[in-house]
Every structure is written in C-alpha cells, then in structure tokens.
Design a protein around this ligand. Structure first.
Ligand code: 1CP
Length: 328
C-alpha cells in the first residue's frame, strides 16, 4: 500500500515542518514513517519511506518535491551534454538510505521490507518535462527525434536505479519493486524499442541476489507481458485489468500484485468488501497473488477503512487450518 502513511495523523505530525526530501534523507524519520502503517495495520510487508527521485537528488541533480505537485526539476534535460552532466550514483551518496534499511530490518523482525526504485522511463519523464506531465510529450519527442540522447539518458538512469536497488538489497531489503508508473503512456511497440532493455538492466542488477522483483505501472494492461519479460517475478496490475485477465495474459510463471481501485475505499463497507473478495478470487487464477491497491492510497482515505480491509484480506487468505497466531 504505497503512501499508506499519508492518510495517517501520526505521519502528518512526523512531517510537520520537514520537507519530503529532508524526511527521506534522515534515517530516524525514514524508519518511523516506514513503521507507522505497519504498526497500525499489521501489513505483511513494509515499503521503505523514500521516493523514486531521491537517488537523483542524492547524486547531485537539482530537484525538489513540491507539496501538491510532486517532483520538480530545476534544469530539464534536453541535450547529450545535459545527460552527461548527471553524475553516476555512488554508494556513499546514499549511505543514509543503507543505514535506514539496516535499522528497519532490525526493527521489523519477521516482516519483510520492500525496497524500490523508479524505472528509467518514469524518471526520464520527470527530468525531461521538468515535473509531472499528463502527455509526456517532450519525453516522447526526444525518443523519436533524438534517440541517441534518449538512450543515453535512459541508460544513465538504469545505472542510477540499479545502484539504488542494489544498495537497498545489500542493506537487507527482502524484495524490490520497480515503479514505471507512467509507462502506460506508451504503445507496446515504443515500450519494446525505447524502454524494455533499460528496465531489464535495472532488474538484472539484483537478479543474482534472488530477491523477488515486482514491476508495476499504471494503465499498463497492454504492457504486462513486456514488463514481465523485463525480468520480474511479480507483475503489478492497476485497477483497470481484472487479475484473472492479467494472469491469462502473463501465464503461470508470474505472480500478480494488485489491484483494488483506491477510490473504492470511499464507498460504503459492503461495496468495498465485495470488491476486495472479487480481487482475491480473481487473483487465485495467477501463479501467485500479492493483494494491494491498484495504485497509491489517496491521502483523504479513512485509516479505519484501511484497517478493516487489511483484516478482511488476512481473514480470507489465511491458510486452511491456521490458528490465531497467524501474522504474529
Ligand atoms: O508509501 C510510502 O510512503 C512509500 C514511499 C514512496 C514510494 C514507493 C513515496 C513517498 N513515493 C514512492 C514512489 C513514487 N514517487 C512514485 C512511484 C509510485 C507511483 O506510481 O505513485 C512516483 C511516480 C513518485 C513521484 C512522486 N513523489 C509523486 C507523484 C507526482 C506525479 O508525477 O503525479 C508525488 C506526489 C511524490 C511525493 C511523495 N512521495 C512519497 C510521499 C509520501 C509523497 C507525498 C508527499 C508528502 O507527503 O509530502
């Protein structure tokens, strides 16, 4: 449940007067913000409190996360010289992340920690557009009009994200997720030509460690097979594609993750319950299923509804014969 913390009063209190990137760079705050939703909901895993643009900023790219907007880049990337000016990510740029991960693994005990990174396309879009974009028009213009600049940028970002994932796994993360949130803007042919090889390089960076790799994007129904081919064991699915349909596309080799529509959490409980049961039952068609929302938790979501949802999923997915010690 990405950004589950944002709907919590204890998260808002923790972040009072502290910018997002400052919070992500302070191990004690990272540990506390990561633990808050786990404490409240008893989820089966924690996701590191950080952001996909953090390693870029740590490497020296001038960017910030602006409240109500998202990542904003001071000098958008246009030329090969701009790409070459982006430093590679060195382990000592992100020592504070490694420290937070090590501390968290100690605090979490048996609860696994999921590390993550942004995929080259999604990161490139922020760098080229200068911030969030609805159309990704400049990004696509660079792909088609200056493919050598595009591939240099995506290659550089594959190196940054791969190094970021590796550092988290080396510090103890038990699984990783690669977020290509905006890849759904691409037709499959463009994904294959301009993106797949770069994302494959990121996932390959942690292949030898054996940690499960989740690959997720929004609106990626037509890309699920390609995203699996990029080297994931688990393919994240947003709420638009029923999980049994996703499973039929992917075949039994892959597990799926998802995919309750986050806006459904504003419906009356019986509606939520029926929808969650439907997700669980469709998920049984896949090689494995990690229950999740189809995208991040909206900040105005009622924490009590999330708690009830987690309890329902635990109740429904409890193995036959398990006793009440499950999840302790
Ligand atoms: O749940 C967690 O807190 C986990 C940590 C986490 C993760 C996994 C955050 C904290 N961000 C992310 C990933 C992330 N960041 C993605 C990929 C997942 C997704 O599809 O959303 C993306 C696209 C971003 C970029 C980003 N950072 C946005 C989206 C803006 C846009 O382009 O529309 C926003 C709003 C942020 C800020 C952010 N990151 C995280 C939090 C808690 C916040 C909110 C800011 C705050 O609390 O001040």
């Amino acid at each position: 449940m990405r950004q589950a913390g944002r709907s919590l009063p204890e998260y808002r209190a923790l972040r009072e007067g502290v910018s997002m990137l400052e919070a992500c760079s302070t191990p004690e705050l990272v540990v506390e913000a990561t633990l808050q939703p786990v404490r409240r909901y008893g989820t089966d895993a924690a996701i590191l409190f950080s952001d996909i643009v953090l390693p870029l900023r740590a490497a020296g790219v001038d960017l910030d996360i602006t409240p109500g907007v998202g990542p904003v880049v001071a000098k958008p990337v246009q030329t090969l010289a701009d790409v070459e000016a982006i430093p590679d990510l060195e382990p000592d740029h992100i020592g504070f992340v490694s420290e937070a991960v090590r501390d968290l693994v100690g605090e979490l005990g048996d609860t696994p920690l999921i590390g993550f990174a942004g995929a080259p396309f999604t990161l490139a879009s922020y760098l080229i557009e200068g911030g969030p974009s609805r159309t990704h028009a400049k990004t696509k213009a660079m792909m088609r009009g200056a493919p050598e600049v595009w591939h240099a940028l995506a290659g550089k970002l594959a190196g940054v994200s791969g190094a970021f994932l590796r550092a988290q796994v080396e510090a103890g993360a038990a699984a990783v997720q690669l977020f290509d949130s905006w890849a759904g803007a691409l037709a499959p042919g463009d994904y294959r030509e301009y993106v797949l090889a770069h994302s494959r390089r990121v996932l390959a960076e942690v292949a030898a460690t054996g940690v499960p790799r989740v690959h997720f994007g929004v609106g990626t129904g037509e890309l699920l097979v390609l995203m699996g081919e990029a080297g994931a064991e688990v393919v994240g699915v947003d709420w638009r594609v029923p999980l049994d349909v996703a499973a039929a596309r992917l075949g039994p080799r892959y597990a799926v993750q998802g995919n309750l529509d986050p806006t459904l959490l504003f419906a009356p409980w019986p509606v939520i319950e029926a929808a969650a049961r439907d997700v669980l039952s469709r998920g049984r068609a896949a090689g494995g299923h990690v229950f999740n929302l189809g995208h991040g938790v909206l900040p105005s979501t009622d924490p009590d509804v999330l708690a009830r949802l987690v309890d329902l999923v635990h109740e429904e997915s409890r193995p036959a014969g398990a006793d009440d010690e499950r999840g302790q």
